[in-house]
Design a protein around this ligand. Structure first.
Ligand SMILES: CC(C)(COP(=O)(O)OP(=O)(O)OC[C@H]1O[C@@H](n2cnc3c(N)ncnc32)[C@H](O)[C@@H]1OP(=O)(O)O)[C@@H](O)C(=O)NCCC(=O)NCCS
Length: 156
């Protein structure tokens, strides 16, 4: 789909799920199950992408992103980067690809929810043009944490 010297952004397939589950479990206090990922792969309104990294001739999954098309909006549902590949611009690259795909599908706005304490993610989203437009109090049942609701326009 999209290629730089080291990272290829590609559609997620079922065979990617073991590597994705390892990243998911190290990334979130309440990780998604395999069944949730399979559901996304089988859903017509969900786009599931992976960032494949070439390591000594072997392709490994460094990150993934899942988003939904809902009317004229794109909703970010999941994004995580494997610990050893963080801070190399991979999440930013995935967010850019989401914006590009949304723009080509006449989507006008992007939205997401993020834990109030997730400073690195909030900074990433701000770098991508998102701003906080609301709060869902106690949205996360595992930590009883608030969610920030962020939005960004897509300029056609
Ligand atoms: C949040 C996350 C996706 C960022 O991935 P990443 O590939 O490391 O991010 P990038 O390298 O693309 O960074 C892009 C921007 O994000 C921000 N950022 C990323 N990591 C950061 C950190 N540790 N501290 C502060 N800002 C950070 C910065 O603004 C950065 O831009 P800069 O490099 O110009 O400063 C990653 O830390 C992660 O997987 N976290 C766990 C899962 C998660 O929280 N997902 C989001 C759920 S809403």
């Amino acid at each position: 789909m999209k290629n730089t010297s080291e990272v290829t952004i590609d559609l997620m397939i079922n065979a990617d799920l073991p590597e994705i589950m390892a990243i998911e479990r190290e990334s979130f206090p309440s990780p998604w199950t395999v069944g949730m990922f399979t559901g996304e792969l089988n859903s017509s309104h969900s786009v599931c992408l992976v960032a494949r990294i070439n390591v000594k001739g072997k392709s490994v999954i460094g990150a993934y992103i899942i988003f939904w098309f809902v009317a004229d909006e794109v909703h970010l549902h999941n994004l995580a980067v494997k610990k050893e590949y963080k801070k190399q611009g991979i999440a930013f690259q995935l967010m850019e690809v989401m914006r590009e795909i949304a723009g080509k599908n006449e989507i006008t706005a992007q939205t997401l929810e993020v834990r109030k304490s997730n400073i690195e993610a909030i900074k990433l989203y701000q770098k991508c043009g998102f701003v906080v437009k609301g709060i869902r109090p106690l949205y996360y049942t595992d930590t009883h944490e608030d969610a920030l609701i962020m939005w960004a326009d897509i300029k056609q």
